[in-house]
Design a protein around this ligand. Structure first.
Ligand SMILES: C[S@@+](CC[C@H](N)C(=O)[O-])C[C@H]1O[C@@H](n2cnc3c(N)ncnc32)[C@H](O)[C@@H]1O
Length: 253
């Protein structure tokens, strides 16, 4: 299944989780707001989804939201649509001239959604090309996924939705060390108001990228001044304890 097809299928559930089932992650929103205050020129968000971070990335100059999935692009609210220029496309082939963004970001494990190492390298190369000298590329990955073992099928939530339906997620995690990836087999059951049920399976594969690989890739591509944080509060990265890796990688001015 292509990236676009996968995210077209997954968008409905991902957006229900991020917008409703799980509360907004205020520290994450603040992290991007703070970065944007430091880099006020043109901004590009790669893999912008349904615009969850648009408010945080909004500034006086333009923010471009690039996203491959039609369903994600259609899910934008009218308000967020006013705050960014939406474009359909992928990170490995950016439709922009070189050196034109002060801030480029690929948030929320976006780079791990790109499972082929050559395609990931192409995304980082493209991010470097479009970042202007003096600008930065900011990304989030979760090296902790690589250490997560397989887990049996378990119910993750059973939530009432605003339209009166219930959404139930059962998930099985398949660690694939030989493929350097983790597969999440997600079974979403919608229980309608008349009691009937429909279950849809979505399989999300994430690359099990480590901190060292991520930093090495950024350096090989030409980025410098690499700062690594372990969480949205900008605490230092700790390979054993940090829930995520946030990196700011600069392009020499
Ligand atoms: C985990 S979601 C995050 C969405 C949004 N940034 C957010 O934080 O809510 C990852 C997004 O990356 C997009 N994506 C996957 N592969 C991509 C690629 N090769 N280039 C650009 N975006 C991609 C997906 O369609 C999806 O919307």
């Amino acid at each position: 299944m292509s990236t676009r097809d996968l995210w077209n299928r997954y968008a409905r559930y991902f957006n229900a989780e991020e917008g409703f089932i799980f509360p907004a992650d205020q520290p994450e929103l603040n992290f991007y707001r703070r970065i944007r205050k430091d880099y006020t020129g043109r901004c590009l968000e790669i893999g912008a989804g349904a615009g969850r971070l648009t408010g945080s990335l909004h500034a006086g100059s333009v923010t471009v939201a690039l996203e491959p999935s039609d369903s994600m692009l259609q899910a934008w609210s009218p308000f967020d649509s006013e705050q960014a220029v939406r474009l359909q496309g992928t990170g490995e082939l950016l439709p922009f001239r070189s050196n034109c963004f002060d801030l480029v970001c690929f948030p929320y494990n976006g780079l791990q959604c790109v499972t082929g190492s050559e395609v990931r390298a192409a995304v980082v190369k493209e991010a470097f090309r479009v970042t202007e000298p003096g600008g930065v590329f900011v990304l989030e990955v979760s090296p902790v996924f690589a250490r997560r073992g397989s887990e049996p099928l378990t119910e993750r939530y059973n939530a009432s939705m605003p339209d009166g339906t219930r959404l139930i997620l059962r998930e099985r995690v398949e660690s694939r060390p030989d493929m350097d990836s983790v597969r999440y087999h997600m079974f979403y059951t919608t229980v309608k108001t008349d009691g009937s049920e429909v279950t849809e399976e979505v399989t999300l594969e994430l690359a099990a990228t480590s901190r060292d690989e991520t930093v090495a890739l950024l350096k090989q591509t030409g980025f410098c001044d690499i700062i690594q944080w372990g969480n949205y509060d900008r605490s230092p990265y700790d390979n054993d304890l940090s829930p995520r890796l946030l990196v700011s990688a600069g392009k020499e001015g």
